[in-house]
Design a protein around this ligand. Structure first.
Ligand SMILES: *[C@@H]1O[C@H](CO)[C@@H](O)[C@H](O)[C@H]1NC(C)=O
Ligand SMILES: *[C@@H]1O[C@H](CO)[C@@H](O)[C@H](O)[C@H]1NC(C)=O
Length: 465
């Protein structure tokens, strides 16, 4: 009970805007255990599976507290269409019928092969010892490099299936398609010395992905293909890490013929995703205690997911299926654009793993309203950066041409934040808002009509550079 009360207090403080680090300063060790069950994580070394759910049950008005912490979001969204018996029945029928689809269980290599394409697997080592896997659909045309978002992997670019997946469309158009995998996702869980079971393995955010992983992969691809430059297409965190690379290692700008930003994420102040906002409120607690507790991999536990599902998605068979998946829970979904027949395949391939620090870094961006380096607290910031406040990424250095694609309802890349980025990037060559109001974050790779709404346009722009 004491633990529940404690979590309740923490949430209360979060909801009234106190920085939990101040609140906790003196009693850190006492309450470490309680805190570790607040975030959307399970602990690799301990389990506190019931605590959060129990806390929610114990405090009946928790939804209000939570709602305050979450800010002005409308919950739930785009499920209204589904408050219709017939549609729900159809959904369940289609979903069940499709559950036998063997594609749900096939790995990415088998999937690509089955769809009639040659496929290669390459391994690349980063300067700091991670071993990353890159998949390639080899073709003779220009090189295009695809980089997935948070909790994603190369799979994101093939899961939509033969008809709609971006990787297949590019390969068909003749592009030599390379798909990267950031450290920590299911294809890149290897390190020269460290094991994924060790906390130190997970000590990275998208900063390290931008500074080490992208340069290593881009160099490898250019070297192998004997090209001087490539076209880069990033989704979500695949754009964030690109902006980090291009500002921190500006010599890479000249290796980029065009950067296509699908759902660009740098400024975060208007993020609508409740789970990410909630995460943000816990950011300071999380980071402060994560080291000692070994809280590094993002592994939301079932009770927590169940609780959030209830608060965010409500009940019913549709949310039961969709919101059980962390990715949908985090980025929302757009019911009319969901290919229900393909859903079991999608659920079989996502999410793909990430570190807690990636979330914490995004969370800091929500609070600071800035696009800047990881905040380690004043003392460690001074040691690392020579200043108490983490430096902002220098966007003026991103001189590679950037084409931005965004959408009105994106839970993670809010149009206001995207426009702010647009205004600060020195070489934006195009800006396109998807002409469908409810198009959401995952629709950039999953929507039924993604070709008509987005990819045909993308393809014609790619040809110009
Ligand atoms: C580039 O490729 C050559 C062989 O094709 C290889 O010997 C060399 O190590 C590669 N360099 C890098 C940086 O990958
Ligand atoms: C929907 O999913 C099914 C099953 O994977 C697939 O055959 C079909 O082509 C998909 N529809 C679109 C528009 O991609």
């Amino acid at each position: 009970m004491a633990k529940n009360y404690l979590i309740f207090l923490v949430l209360l403080h979060i909801s009234i805007g106190t920085r939990p680090e101040n609140f906790l300063k003196d009693t850190v060790t006492n309450i470490a255990e309680g805190i570790s069950s607040n975030p959307l994580l399970s602990v690799t070394t301990h389990t506190y599976s019931n605590a959060f759910a129990a806390a929610v049950n114990a405090v009946t008005w928790m939804p209000n507290v939570l709602a305050n912490a979450l800010g002005p979001v409308t919950l739930p969204i785009y499920t209204s269409d589904t408050n219709n018996g017939e549609k729900i029945d159809q959904f369940i029928l289609d979903f069940s019928a499709a559950s036998v689809n063997e594609d749900a269980k096939l790995g990415i290599v088998e999937l690509i092969f089955k769809n009639g394409f040659a496929v290669q697997e390459h391994e690349v080592e980063t300067e700091d010892g991670y071993q990353l896997t890159i998949f390639r659909i080899p073709r003779t045309g220009p090189v295009v490099f695809l980089m997935h978002g948070l909790l994603g992997s190369a799979d994101d670019f093939v899961v939509a299936g033969r008809e709609s997946a971006l990787a297949y469309m590019l390969a068909e158009a003749g592009y030599d398609v390379w798909m990267g995998n950031a450290r920590g996702n299911k294809h890149s869980r290897k390190h020269f010395i460290l094991e994924p079971s060790e906390a130190a393995f997970w000590d990275f955010s998208w900063h390290e992905i931008g500074v080490y992983d992208l340069p290593a992969m881009i160099d490898y691809v250019l070297n192998t293909t004997e090209e001087k430059s490539l076209k880069y297409i990033g989704h979500s965190q695949g754009t964030t890490s690109f902006f980090v690379m291009a500002s921190e290692r500006p010599e890479y700008n000249e290796k980029i013929a065009l950067m296509v930003a699908l759902s660009p994420v740098a400024y975060m102040s208007n993020v609508r995703s409740p789970i990410v906002r909630l995460m943000a409120s816990g950011t300071y607690i999380l980071h402060g205690l994560s080291k000692s507790l070994g809280l590094y991999e993002f592994l939301p536990d079932n009770n927590l997911i169940r609780t959030l599902k209830l608060l965010i998605c409500g009940t019913g068979p549709v949310s039961e299926i969709l919101c059980s998946n962390t990715l949908f829970l985090m980025s929302g979904y757009d019911f009319p654009q969901l290919n229900v027949t393909n859903l079991p395949v999608v659920l079989g391939h996502l999410p793909s793993g990430a570190s807690m620090k990636q979330f914490a870094h995004y969370g800091q961006g929500i609070l600071s309203k800035d696009f800047r380096k990881f905040d380690y607290g004043v003392r460690e910031n001074l040691e690392r950066y020579g200043v108490g406040v983490p430096p902002s990424y220098d966007l003026k250095k991103i001189v590679a041409p950037v084409y931005m694609f965004c959408s009105e309802s994106d839970w993670l890349a809010h149009p206001i934040d995207v426009v702010r980025l647009f205004n600060r990037l020195p070489n934006v060559v195009g800006f396109y808002k998807v002409p469908l109001k409810q198009f959401n974050h995952v629709d950039f790779f999953l929507a039924k009509d993604v070709k008509e709404l987005l990819y045909f346009k993308l393809l014609s722009e790619l040809e110009r550079f």
